[in-house]
Design a protein around this ligand. Sequence first.
Ligand code: GTP
Length: 235
Amino acid sequence: MKYKRILLKLSGEALMGNKHFGIDNERLAQYALQIKEASDMGVQVAVVIGGGNIFRGIQAEEGGMDRVHGDYMGMLATVINSMALQSSLEKINVETRLQSAIKMEQICEPFIRRKAVRHLEKHRVVIFGAGTGNPYFTTDTAATLRAIEIEADVILKGTRVDGIYTADPEKDKTATKYDTITFSEVYEKGLEIMDMTAFTLCNENKLPIIIFDMNKPGNLKKIIEGTPVGTLVEF
Ligand code: GTP
């Protein structure tokens, strides 16, 4: 097993599957199964999910809503997705704990770093909801921050594409995939992997990133086994 503790970042949009809004139960169950497979291998798993399938703060601002207000609504959307994933994991007997950056004590624990680490040591999947609890930060930044706080070995960003390409593969047919790339190359080439705040936080704290296709069953397990999947951003 290559990693002992991972932080898996899932996008809210990916949870929609082929729907236009909300949560696709099949996709959700498929993600839960992949997480169970990983957890059964003995790796400690923490998860951060976005909320874009329910609400996007930035789009709300374009529609005239106050940005900060929209961002808080987006954070609540991540809690809904986190609860859905929690339920889906528990249905297949994976022990979980949900911690929120915004206190909602009736439905989940507050974020307490030391408690989160304890849960991971007891082999519970820990889901972090409500982003960083602050507006103007993305869930990628929340995922990075939590990964650093819990001292994860790597951040695994599950996306629709299977890695980082020389150009946008949906627009440019000649684009090729990188198996590995360094942080400085990403800066030099101006590639967009995650927002710059999140990316810089990973760079400054020596946290490697793997970008991979989470919609392909088995990929998560392969990464944990050490099989190269997707693109590894390293130092
Ligand atoms: P250990 O006893 O340390 O192994 O961890 P534990 O999570 O089992 O203990 P705890 O007694 O803290 O939690 C028992 C259950 O209550 C778990 O399902 C927690 O997620 C849940 N829980 C703990 N704190 C809160 C809270 O503030 N709000 C909510 N809604 N649930 C909580």
